[in-house]
Design a protein around this ligand. Structure first.
Ligand SMILES: [Zn+2]
Length: 109
């Protein structure tokens, strides 16, 4: 079972209380972008077996969106943080790197 702590209200919620929102920190393209950029944004998503930074909504709680860093293979959660933060906080990056030495945060994923 996936348990995430909502950083907005502090409640620990299981997946029945949450709504998934896909990958976090995607670079969105504007209306003047070339077709290849739209194609990449819409269809070329990572689906890693391992560390993934995701968007979640506390749908049956406070209703707010937040980000979660977790391992899709083990369901280990490295941390959650508000959706307004544009990159994983350093303590979460450190926790991930301790378990997955080859992992590194890539800006503009
Ligand atoms: Zn909440």
């Amino acid at each position: 079972m996936l348990l995430l702590t909502c950083p907005c209200c502090g409640a620990e919620a299981d997946e029945t209380e949450l709504q998934p929102g896909g990958a976090a920190h995607l670079t969105r393209v504007g209306p003047g972008a070339p077709d290849e950029a739209f194609e990449s944004y819409l269809f070329h998503r990572e689906n890693p077996r391992g560390v993934h930074i995701e968007r979640w909504r506390h749908a049956h709680g406070c209703g707010k969106w937040f980000h979660a860093a977790r391992c899709t293979r083990t369901l280990e959660v490295f941390g959650t943080y508000p959706a307004q933060i544009t990159a994983p906080p350093q303590p979460i990056r450190d926790a991930i790197a301790a378990k997955h030495p080859g992992w590194a945060w890539k800006e503009g994923k």
